[in-house]
Ligand binder design. Structure first.
Ligand SMILES: Cc1cc2nc3c(=O)[nH]c(=O)nc-3n(C[C@H](O)[C@H](O)[C@H](O)COP(=O)(O)OP(=O)(O)OC[C@H]3O[C@@H](n4cnc5c(N)ncnc54)[C@H](O)[C@@H]3O)c2cc1C
Length: 352
């Protein structure tokens, strides 16, 4: 098989690149292990309160993607072709690596095994059903995912005792200190117990906090730690383009270091921006434009990095907004995301 542009991975980065290239008349083939795109921003609420988004946060590629889609895993990348798990090869003029990242200890955040839309819906429903039966939950890791998960569970499932254990002295590492403090007070207000400098170890009697010896035995433990880049298919021929964290090193045009016609964007790439879906979309749109320019013989401009901004919900009514110049908990700002967690914005962005 042959394609003008092969895109490996159909997350925020890959899907936005594919759609923007197709609009410019450039032929694309997108390969993903799954048959659906998922708006990760909404997944934690899908687990805590499935009726809220009512299945709208996932769509099959077949229902919105304009270019060719193949459901398979890329197992090896060469300079001019990729090998799929089926053994089939796809030859390309240009390849975009957009294989993202995974949370092996927290498959509810990004599924490890659910490759069909039905299986993902069932997987999330199974988590919800287990949480309905549980009395207490421990969440390890007070980063964005841990904070959001604690907020969603405490808000929508008030029968649960939610404990958030973080190994550092404040929540949301990398955020301004005002954002960390606000997150703490918002979570505490909806009943989350937040523990700082807490490290838990599994023993026969349950989990032991190694700092103070306290034992707990929660019905469910979620470990919101440890993001891993999906780079296995690069290890044979391109191990030298990976940084120590396993992300692909790119230049100012998002081209893989030292490679011609090979680009990397989103969570898999060392772009020098936060690992966020909206930035992966910005990178995808930039790259589509830049590939179109390159094909028409003109010189693309370097990628302009964006300042860090984030909107972190802590339940369905509160949240923290961090701009480069301020932190706010002002409801009208927080509600920009609370409405539908940017589900419509994401899908509209792919079809405009
Ligand atoms: C719970 C949660 C909440 C989040 N909330 C926000 C938020 O509110 N705002 C925000 O901006 N960001 C948020 N993020 C971060 C955001 O989800 C990531 O930055 C984003 O998913 C990165 O997009 P991506 O396209 O680079 O990678 P991914 O979304 O990881 O997509 C990669 C795709 O590649 C596929 N793939 C992987 N390996 C292969 C292979 N070998 N062959 C074929 N396909 C492959 C995968 O199946 C996947 O579909 C959140 C993340 C999580 C987990």
């Amino acid at each position: 098989m042959r394609t003008q542009v092969l895109i490996i991975g159909g997350g925020f980065a890959g899907a936005s690149t594919a759609q923007a290239l197709e609009k410019r008349g450039i032929n694309t083939t997108l390969v993903d292990k799954k048959d659906y795109f998922e708006v990760t921003y909404a997944v934690l609420r899908d687990v805590a309160h499935p009726e809220k988004n009512n299945g709208k946060s996932r769509k099959r590629y077949a229902d919105f993607l304009d270019g060719q889609f193949i459901q398979s895993a890329v197992v090896e990348l060469n300079a001019h072709f990729a090998v799929l798990a089926s053994g089939e090869t796809i030859h390309f003029d240009i390849v975009v690596i957009a294989s993202g990242s995974r949370y092996p200890s927290l498959p509810l955040a990004k599924s490890v095994d659910a490759s069909s839309l039905e299986s993902r819906n069932n997987e999330l429903q199974t988590y919800h059903d287990a949480l309905k039966q549980a009395k207490d939950v421990l969440i390890l890791g007070g980063g964005v995912v841990g904070v959001e998960l604690a907020g969603e569970l405490a808000y929508a499932m008030p029968h649960l005792k939610v404990t958030l254990a973080h190994n550092g002295p404040h929540l949301l590492n990398g955020f301004k200190s005002k954002a960390s403090k606000k997150a703490l007070s918002q979570l505490t207000r909806i009943g989350v117990e937040v523990q700082f400098n807490a490290r838990y170890q599994e023993t026969e009697d349950g989990l032991v906090n190694t700092t103070n010896g306290a034992k707990i035995n929660p019905d469910i433990t979620f470990s919101a730690t440890g993001v891993i880049p999906n780079n296995e298919f690069l290890k044979r021929h391109y191990a030298h383009v990976l940084n120590p964290q396993g992300q692909v090193i790119v230049n100012e045009a998002l081209a893989v270091t030292g490679q011609q016609h090979m680009y990397a964007i989103g969570d898999i790439a060392d772009v020098g921006e936060a690992k966020l879906g909206y930035l992966a979309v910005e990178q995808g749109k930039y790259l589509a434009n830049s590939i179109a320019k390159q094909i028409s013989g003109s010189q693309p401009k370097p990628y302009k990095r964006h300042p860090f901004m984030a909107l972190v919900p802590t339940g369905q009514e509160t949240g923290i907004v961090q701009f480069p110049f301020m932190v706010s908990t002002w409801k009208p700002l927080v509600n920009i995301k609370q409405k539908d967690l940017f589900i419509s914005k994401t899908f509209n962005g792919f079809t405009q």
